[in-house]
Write a new protein. Sequence first.
Length: 152
Amino acid sequence: MVKRVSLDHSSCPVARSLDVIGDWWSLLIIRDALEGVQRFTAFQSSLGIAKGMLASRLRTLVERGIFEQRPASDGSAYREYVLTAKGQALHIVVAALRQWGETQLYGPTERHSSLVDTLDREPVAPLTLRASNGRSLEWSDTRVIKVDAARY
């Protein structure tokens, strides 16, 4: 088996992000947590993931500051996995993946889940990149520049 290479010192923010949440199980665990799942057995039931794999992914996500473990809110002996502020900030990432999947991977009559506003139950508007002045940006309107850390 090939040993996984760590990207945690990469100068690329995408590479560093993928180092933390880049496998599909981690993203699906985060998706479920954003939908209210907190207990190990609930994650396992929802995802159909092996116990060992789930335990490993949750341990890593706790170590990376995405989740924290707390005593169960009902006072039982169970532990719950709760998203930290860092984990909650992934909501926009999961929403963007969801919207891309809805538009690119489903036929017009194919059933799928949809992200809706809890206030009016209407679908969330498509996410867009915006310039600092509010102008909508396409991929061709952007480029990556290397930032010199010494300037900060």
